[in-house]
Design a protein. Structure first.
Length: 72
């Protein structure tokens, strides 16, 4: 599956490989009502990835596996 342009630009921003032209494109997209959701989705994907990376063995901070019932 290929990345959306928003995902590509966000990934380049995160890895500090964004050109000046690409930065302008990213800023235009973030400010465009039509494209804001695409950038929001791309950032959500990245933040979800970070959360998964910081949860050893797929456990959340409360010690339960993802999707496990939290009632005690």
């Amino acid at each position: 599956m290929s990345l959306s342009r928003a995902e590509t630009l966000i990934n380049k921003l995160i890895s500090n490989k964004l050109t000046g032209e690409e930065l302008s494109e990213l800023l235009e997209g973030i400010n465009s009502e039509k494209d804001q959701q695409k950038y929001s989705d791309a950032l959500e994907i990245y933040f979800d990835y970070l959360l998964r990376q910081n949860q050893p063995n797929g456990h959340s901070e409360n010690g339960h596996s993802k999707g496990e019932n939290d009632s005690t």
